[in-house]
Design a binder for this molecule. Sequence first.
Ligand code: PLP
Length: 420
Amino acid sequence: MTLTRRTFLGTTASATMAVCSRPHATDREPPDDDAARQTVTPTPHSTSANVADRFDPWIEVDTANLHFNVASLRALAGGRDNIIAVVKNNAYGLGLVETARRLEPLTSIVGFAVVKTDAAITLRDAGIRKPVLHMGICCLGDAQELIARNVALSLYTDDAPTIIRELATRVGRPIAAHAYLDTGLGRLGMPHHRALPWLQALAQTNAVEIQGTFMCFSEDLAFDQEQLRRLVAFADTARSQALPVGALHAASSTAMFHLPAATLDLVRPGMSLYGGYPHTPDVERQRAELRAALRFRCRVVRVEQILPNETVGYGRKYVATAPTWVATLPAGHVDGVSRKAVDGARVLIGDRTYPMIGAVSASHCIVEVGPDRTVNIGDTATLLGPDHPDIWPNSIERMCGASVYDLLMHINPALPRVYT
Ligand SMILES: *Cc1c(COP(=O)(O)O)cnc(C)c1O
């Protein structure tokens, strides 16, 4: 099919105007009550009225799918209300505050966990009331900010008894904290083999309220079992000496799927809440259904036909072997599109998916449309989402080798987000 000037103008007239309200006339408008329920985290120049009308990329968060995943994970973790939602790294791309707001009303969500100090402070200052656990270390000043906001600290350093005494003196009450054990990951935590005298010293300060004891698995499925044994052995010994351990927790998404005994008192999923299978998707899908809770979208900005031996993209890696249409999307690696996407990822435009080709540049990527011009300027392109199996996060991971963790967490936090 060749494109005449008339069909070009006919299909894309509004899209090519300098100012346009709706780039593509066939896109459905949300019903009014939907629009009213939406929340948009604005950028300096976006409003709820225009984010999804723009060509520039935006993120849509699907609250129904988020809640669906929570229900699936609750069932997986024994059907109890025992989920600490890990919302670190901007809630894996979904947006920290608005995602926490949508999780907080669920009774199965008993609290939140983050790694960075600012995230914990942001949650509280945005009005999140359920328990928040800071799973890192921070300076004394920040610790006071966290304590003032009723954020539980993680303790694991040798000087924790001294620090906790100092903090309790400053604020005039015992400090709520979780003991963080290293059972073999070798990243953070008090090494389990010397944690008992350390916990004794902590308890003797009378300056700490140990609300929990936790660890992080190495996600080597055989060694995870040994790590779990170490945690349970530590807790048994501590309890036998009347030392407080609080609620035991260890399981992130992978252990929830592969090591049921790791459910303990609480579970700490991140990725699976947002619809990504963490480790072995084909196995995990049999155990619990998850749905992508976000859509990464933008609108097509250019559609052109190229001839055999013509190329697209930096480095000229894609060479046409037959006449083909190619479409340019205004989303690149700065926005969070993986550079690996050109190794096999597909993009949903209309009801079909198309391969990413050439090279992902900072602000653009290119898709191969094929011999027919089935794509128009202004069409919505979905790079990640629940709407087609080819663009599920784990499908993109399988097709191009970019981890689901990178695909979600590397989405630029500055992109506007629409919450439905
Ligand atoms: C990130 C993280 C989690 C959640 O891991 P997922 O694999 O995303 O479920 C749990 N615990 C700790 C300590 C983490 O850093």
